[in-house]
Write a protein that binds this ligand. Structure first.
Ligand code: EPU
Length: 427
């Protein structure tokens, strides 16, 4: 048994081109969509990350076959059926997105069960949006033996569902359930994230009738069956944002290959306010930090506002900006835990509740830090790139869930970063 750490020697501006991978948060809903048909479905631009491996493992426990191409970049899913009843609790405990199996199980088999899923510890993360939606579609939902169980008498029935909150996975789960329901479902206050649109595009290609995905109200006219398809995942806007901020914090210049600027509007707008030059090019987005960074005020909100998944990375970058920045996290109630780690490096940040006040610029000195979730881990890597001396980020489990070849990509841009395996228990 060994775990790994990153050793980062800071002070090297990033320069060059980086290829942005397929989106983690589009991969899982699209894999779940493939469970809605007995025909094979092939998904391209699959990111080679642990969250995808884990989701495929969960699908396999339900009787689904998934053949990954030799280069790992695409997968063909065969869900001939019948599908199993519930994924094992110990797998579900590691991933929030595993609850996405509920929509397809309910739509296809008329029943499904799943334990409350795990994932990043960033707030309460309730499931009421998902469960209320299933109930509105005609399912009975109960808690049995530590699992949520949903059963439908016959086929699900289309309905009008008004979400309490535009939950991303909640909207996706309801779409997955509604496409095979009888009649029309209207989802009001739906999440507008590009990953929802990517899922809807795949479902439409499979024969689903969906209108309005990407807007607040989505209409689904249920069909009797869906067929197989091939689908390409969108580029990961959060990975792209991570590299954009890495360029900004190190004073470098990076071309984010394949990045879609319209998926990153809020971040690109803020970066310009922070004195970072942004140029949209045919091959992607160029980010150039030529002048000292300026402070900025940020609110992390649902799309198309600035993504909560970028909040820790933006705060980290703002520690190197001139002046006082105020950041409000408005999606999750406990997503500022990493601030204590940034303080160890020298940051001047006051945080209370969901607000952080950053006074910059503060020189960072390398030390040992630990990331408690995917994005906080990536933020601490950025901090290490900007720090004087050596920073060690211990425990890469979270980071590996969400970033493909992170250190290789950073090294190709000139970062001094290496992964070291360490014997368990030696820290
Ligand atoms: N919420 C409810 N009721 C629900 C579900 C959510 O009140 O039934 C609330 C949550 O408490 C939270 C807010 O809604 O305050 C947002 O949660 P949401 O359900 O939208 O988040 P999610 O769907 O569980 C996805 C991403 C997260 C990302 C959020 C917000 C995936 C697999 N995960 O989670 O990604 O932070 O949307 O954009 O798509 C990450 O990639 O690092 C990550 C955590």
């Amino acid at each position: 048994m060994s775990e790994a750490l990153y050793r980062i020697v800071g002070g090297h501006p990033l320069h060059g081109d980086v290829a942005i991978s397929g989106a983690k948060n589009a991969a899982m809903p699209c894999l779940a969509a493939a469970m809605l048909t007995a025909d094979p479905c092939t998904i391209h631009n699959l990111p080679r990350i642990r969250d995808v491996t884990l989701f495929l493992e969960i699908m396999r426990t339900l009787g689904v076959r998934a053949d990954i191409a030799p280069d790992g970049g695409s997968v063909t899913v065969y869900a001939a059926g019948p599908l199993g009843e519930a994924p094992p609790n110990h797998l579900v405990a590691n991933q929030r997105a595993s609850f996405l199996v509920m929509g397809p199980l309910l739509a296809r088999e008329g029943r499904g069960a799943c334990a409350a899923p795990g994932g990043d510890v960033i707030g309460q993360r309730p499931l009421d949006v998902h469960l209320t939606g299933f109930i509105r579609l005609g399912a009975e939902v109960s808690a049995e033996g530590g699992r949520f169980v949903a059963r439908a008498r016959g086929r699900l029935r289309g309905s009008r569902v008004v979400l309490d909150y535009p939950s991303v996975l909640g909207t996706e789960n309801l779409l997955l359930a509604a496409v095979l329901a009888e009649g029309r479902t209207t989802i009001v206050n739906a999440a507008m994230e590009p990953e929802v649109l990517c899922l809807a595009a795949m479902l439409t290609r499979m024969g689903a009738r969906i209108d309005g995905a990407g807007a607040h109200t989505i209409t689904v006219d249920g069909v009797d069956r869906l067929h197989g398809t091939e689908h390409r995942l969108i580029p990961d806007r959060i990975e792209a944002g991570t590299f954009a901020l890495a360029a900004a914090i190190t004073g470098g210049e990076v071309l984010l290959q394949n990045a879609r600027p319209r998926h990153m509007d809020a971040l690109l707008f803020k970066l310009q306010e922070m004195n970072v030059e942004i140029r949209e090019e045919d091959g992607g987005v160029r980010v150039r930090a030529a002048r000292p960074l300026a402070a900025a005020n940020i609110q992390a909100v649902p799309y198309p506002g600035l993504a909560t998944d970028l909040q820790a990375l933006v705060v980290t970058t703002l520690t190197q900006a001139n002046g006082i920045s105020v950041v409000h996290e408005r999606v999750f109630e406990n997503r500022l835990q990493y601030v204590g780690e940034l303080r160890k490096l020298g940051a001047h940040i006051v945080s209370a509740g969901t607000t952080a006040i950053i006074q910059g610029p503060t020189p960072f000195r390398g030390t040992v830090v630990r990331g408690l979730d995917i994005r906080a881990s990536a933020a601490l890597v950025l901090a290490g790139l900007a720090a004087e001396g050596t920073t060690e980020l211990v425990d890469l489990t979270h980071l590996d869930r969400g970033y493909e070849c992170f250190e290789e990509k950073l090294r190709a841009l000139g970062a001094h970063i290496e992964r070291t395996a360490i014997p368990a228990g030696s820290l």
